[in-house]
Design a protein around this ligand. Structure first.
Ligand code: ARG
Length: 467
């Protein structure tokens, strides 16, 4: 053979040096060494049980794999691009150490079922981590929401003042989004939890493998049903990239709000110094870099999803080398998302909330107009008429430069006989939020009730996680 490649037999000339580098995935898949070794252990044990390998070979393989794993963990093994990927780096090391038995490990296996197995195992671990991070951030938000169940801020539509809301209610909206994000990760993880091992290159193997055994050894729910699907399916990568991108988008929207709220024009919040930076020229600046970066990272996650959809969309069955690009995209998305969740979890508890600014903003901009129309309706005025009366009142107030509750008796009757100053004078933002006292409404009482529900749910989740 022309070279020391594991597949070198039919080649005369060595691989081009740059091709070797370009072809390699070890820089990206080296992090899956523990999963690759776990997969090899399960495969070797199965080969032994089925009488495909001798007990002695299996013993040597298992011992060799243990040693290699310890060496990698201690940094005593350097991977090489000449051996392309984590699978061949580890296999070559094994043979180097234990000789012939190492060469038998790849019986009834291909890198195609191997990489599909390793990637699923690795992503299963990342999903567990992300779920824990999501729950941590939810807990922080619920605690903040409880503190701010009575804090009143303007609610917006079109970024124009709409109706007063409680800050706690606003925060709980993100708790809901994060819960659906968690659902997406756990759904995808459950669907992914089938074992490709035994599918070999694409068609299965001529050896009497026990696929249920390897699946069980590795904690899968069972073997994949179709060998072609098992080695060519990457929709678990697409689903997880999509879950990352959507969660990234949620954090990006939240970031956008924090950035707006911290501006001199809003002054609703102040983010902790430890999470902001200054300007090299403008001494007064304190910039919300962390939420800006989180907003920026969402772009990368969306890009990763789109890149992989494009990569997979025209691939014939079964394995194609294009698929090697999957790991970089999805591993990076998980890493970026984990960082974003950590930033939010650490930053939000120390955020200063300027209740007075929030309240003042909520009390201006005619945020109580809907409530005035509702009051007219309760007096028997049809809603469309009420809408018109209040609309004309707002126009009058804009002209006078006053707020609705400052309209006097003369102004009221001039607009419409059905409008009375008692009704107008009663319009406090506190009343507005307290009145929306139903499931899903912004009333402080509802916010506290939701916080209780979330606290119980998150505690229960934590208990099952540690069980
Ligand atoms: N490094 C490859 C990947 O990540 C492993 C599978 C290679 N299989 C093959 N037939 N070339 O996809």
């Amino acid at each position: 053979m022309a070279q020391d490649k594991l597949w070198g037999g039919r080649f005369d000339a060595p691989t081009d040096k740059f091709v070797e580098e370009f072809n390699a995935s070890i820089d990206v898949d080296g992090c899956m060494f523990a999963e690759d070794i776990a997969g090899s252990r399960a495969h070797a044990k199965m080969l032994g049980r089925q009488g495909i390998l001798s007990d002695d070979d299996v013993k040597q393989i298992l011992q060799g794999l243990n040693d290699i794993e310890a060496d990698i963990e201690n940094g005593d093994i350097a991977f090489t691009v000449a051996l392309e990927d984590v699978h061949m780096n580890i296999e070559a090391r094994l043979t180097e150490r234990i000789g012939a038995a190492g060469k038998r490990l790849h019986t009834a296996r291909s890198r195609n079922d191997q990489v599909a197995t390793d990637t699923r195992l690795f992503l299963r671990g990342r999903c567990i981590e992300i779920l824990a991070s999501l729950h941590k951030l939810q807990a922080v938000l619920v605690q903040l929401a409880r503190q701010h169940a009575d804090t009143i801020m303007p609610g917006f539509t079109h970024l124009q003042t709409a109706q007063p809301v409680t800050f706690g209610h606003h925060l709980l909206a993100y708790v809901e989004m994060l819960e659906r994000d968690a659902g997406r990760f756990s759904d995808a993880a459950a669907r992914m939890n089938r074992c490709p091992l035994g599918s070999a290159a694409l068609a299965g193997t001529t050896f009497p493998v026990d696929r249920s055994f390897t699946a069980q050894e590795l904690g899968f729910d069972g073997p994949c049903n179709n060998s072609l699907d098992a080695v060519s399916d990457r929709d678990f990568v697409l689903e997880l990239l999509s879950a990352c991108a959507i969660c990234g988008v949620h954090l990006s929207r939240f970031s956008e709000e924090l950035i707006l709220w911290m501006s001199a024009q809003f002054r609703f919040i102040d983010l902790p110094d430890a999470f902001c930076t200054g300007s090299s020229i403008m001494p007064q600046k304190k910039n919300p870099d962390m939420p800006e970066l989180v907003r920026g990272k969402a772009g990368g996650m969306i890009g990763g999803l789109v890149a992989m959809l494009c990569t997979v969309k025209a691939l014939p069955l079964a394995y194609n080398k294009d698929m090697q690009e999957d790991k970089g995209a999805v591993f990076d998305a998980f890493e970026q998302l984990a960082g974003c969740l950590r930033i939010f979890t650490d930053m939000l508890p120390d955020m200063r909330v300027n209740r007075d600014s929030m309240h003042a903003a909520a009390a201006s901009g005619f945020s109580t107009a809907t409530d005035l129309a509702d009051a007219l309706v309760r007096d028997g005025v049809p809603f469309r008429d009420a809408h018109d009366i209040v609309g004309r009142s707002v126009a009058f107030c804009i002209e006078q430069g006053i707020e609705l509750h400052r309209m006097d008796a003369a102004a009221c009757t001039a607009i419409d006989a059905r409008l009375n100053p008692a009704m107008v004078g009663k319009l406090s933002v506190e009343d507005c939020v307290a009145a929306r006292n139903h499931i899903g409404g912004t009333a402080p009482e509802q916010v506290r009730a939701q916080c209780d529900i979330w606290t119980n749910q998150l505690n229960a989740q934590e208990e099952t996680q540690h069980a």
